[in-house]
Design a binder for this molecule. Structure first.
Ligand SMILES: CCCCCC/C=C/CC(=O)SCCNC(=O)CCNC(=O)[C@H](O)C(C)(C)COP(=O)(O)OP(=O)(O)OC[C@H]1O[C@@H](n2cnc3c(N)ncnc32)[C@H](O)[C@@H]1OP(=O)(O)O
Length: 295
């Protein structure tokens, strides 16, 4: 069986009620337990089915800042150690968006120390998600670029809403480079040739295009995303858990170990890279282009 993820014991305590995060709530009902932190990540645990729904909740676009990533790690750790939890659905509480990826403002004109802390939080959230023993499914009910795509790809199964929404690792379009572990996850998902094209072009795919290259597993109308995930979960839940977990762990171990063995080096590299003048200039232009879109 997969070992629970290491670290963050204070965070785990927070969820066990020993330490309460500022402004956080723990509410218990008969069949549903809701663990809500200040509002960035909502967890609804259905004790009857053993399925938890984790919703990103940072409107307008669920950009992933230090707080969101830390809260996501807390939530995933808690579910990992909850023996009654068998599966986790990752979704969004914000309409029209799964996640806009990393909060660009965490990378623009930030201090090296903040950059390192931010990157460590991302690493931990990803290690918890990709290394989870749970069945993990992404309900992609909106746009899912960059870090949003990473989260979705790190689940076991993806259902995306048809229509105008886009998904992909578009980092090169921002003048930045997808880290090796983003690349590894994409390689494991869509294979080498498609990854080469997708990453160099910073391609964002429609749901149908994503389906055709295997980036998502099913495309359905928006209203059908959750029911489709629930239907698919029924199949996965029938598989003997130990055999499924051992299979998943063995297939993901090399990629997880690659990051685990160089977390600090990776965080330092990120902080150095992102603070280069040329990268800051590109990010500044990208932020301006997002703002200009509105005018
Ligand atoms: C080795 C080290 C290398 C470094 C590797 C670093 C890796 C980075 C991975 C990433 O995740 S980078 C982030 C990439 N994300 C994007 O490119 C998405 C940008 N956003 C969009 O394209 C659109 O916002 C959207 C997601 C398609 C949604 O469009 P919509 O029209 O619904 O909303 P907007 O009006 O565009 O946005 C509303 C509001 O939110 C701000 N915003 C959008 N995305 C981000 C973001 N990722 N971070 C921070 N802020 C974001 C946008 O600027 C608007 O703000 P305003 O103040 O209301 O104008």
């Amino acid at each position: 069986m997969a070992a629970p993820m290491r670290g963050m014991s204070v965070l785990r305590q927070a969820f066990q009620g020993l330490v309460r995060p500022a402004g956080g709530q723990v509410c218990r009902q008969v069949q549903h337990r809701c663990y809500s932190t200040p509002g960035h990540v909502q967890v609804d645990m259905n004790s009857e089915t053993g399925v938890a729904t984790v919703r990103l909740n940072r409107p307008p676009v669920n950009s992933l800042n230090l707080d969101v990533l830390t809260e996501l790690s807390i939530a995933l750790e808690k579910l990992e150690t909850d023996k009654s939890c068998k599966a986790m659905v990752l979704a969004s509480a914000a309409p029209g968006i799964f996640s806009a990826g990393l909060d660009i403002l965490e990378m623009y004109q930030s201090t090296p120390e903040r950059c390192v802390a931010f990157w460590r939080a991302l690493q931990d959230a990803w290690l918890n998600l990709y290394g989870s023993r749970l069945i993990t499914m992404a309900a992609i009910e909106g746009h899912s670029p960059a870090g949003g795509c990473l989260l979705a790809m790190s689940c076991d199964y993806r259902v995306m809403a048809e229509g105008k929404f886009q998904i992909g690792l578009n980092e090169t379009k921002l003048g930045i480079v997808a880290p090796f572990w983003f690349t590894d996850v994409m390689l494991n998902t869509i294979g080498h040739r498609e990854t080469e094209k997708a990453l160099q072009l910073g391609a964002l795919y429609s749901a149908q295009q994503a389906l055709s290259i295997g980036l998502v597993d099913k495309v359905v109308p928006l209203a059908e995303v959750m029911p489709t995930v629930e239907g698919e979960l029924k199949n996965w839940l029938q598989i003997p858990a130990a055999a499924r977990v051992i299979t998943k762990t063995s297939m993901r171990k090399a990629v997880l170990d690659r990051l685990r063995s160089q977390k600090e080096k990776d965080a330092q590299f990120f902080a150095d890279f992102i603070n280069r003048d040329s990268v800051q200039k590109s990010l500044g232009m990208y932020i301006a282009s997002l703002q200009k879109k509105k005018n």
